[in-house]
Design a protein around this ligand. Sequence first.
Ligand code: DX5
Ligand code: ZN
Length: 224
Amino acid sequence: MSVRIAPSILSADFARLGEGIAAVERGGADLLHLDVMDGHFVPNFTIGPPVVRSVRKVTTLPLDVHLMIADPDRYIDVFAEAGASMMSVHVEAVTHLHRTVHAIKRLGCEAGVVLNPATPVALLEDIAADVDYVLVMSVNPGFGGQSFIPRSEMKVTQVRALLDAAGNAGAPVEIDGGVDPGNAGRLVAAGVGILVAGAAIFAQPDPEAALRRLRAAAAGVPAA
Ligand code: DX5
Ligand code: ZN
């Protein structure tokens, strides 16, 4: 499957969210990435189930819900009910990861696990066969518009190899943080299947055009 692009609404104008979503749909977005933060697991607050529910009503795109919250087990059913299609939890936030991954699947969502920049890939060894995708954080989670941490590219390669070795070649590696047209092509070459981008799309004057630029860059087409 070719690379999918998931605009993160974190950098969108929340008062005009519907318009922003329509723009990235016109630009060819494959998914919408929704960042849920609780001011505890990460030092910022964002959206909760009511916003997911409202977004669900204005788009047919799959909703990729990234939970940056403490004790996510308490909330996965609420986010599934709100309309999540994919849901990811941080390995740093969950004690019984196998149980959580399978609980997300039973709710009818694709289950993803997320690694912070300082969390080793080896922690995924015993769950790699069970997950639907792995999200590699290429910034410390909490804020949009941060710089890409270069080591993350190597981490993508390691996660891709781990998933393949576990017989889970169909599970994509997603990357989140500091993705832009300058690094997208390299990341796809390293094994990324889902590119999340916030500032590179929604902080641009024309998000629809910005998405097309990112897609071209991901396909290795040099910028005009
Ligand atoms: C950061 C979030 C990201 C964020 C990425 O904690 O998980 O999804 O929106 O934003 P950019 O692409 O601006 O780094
Ligand atoms: Zn995210």
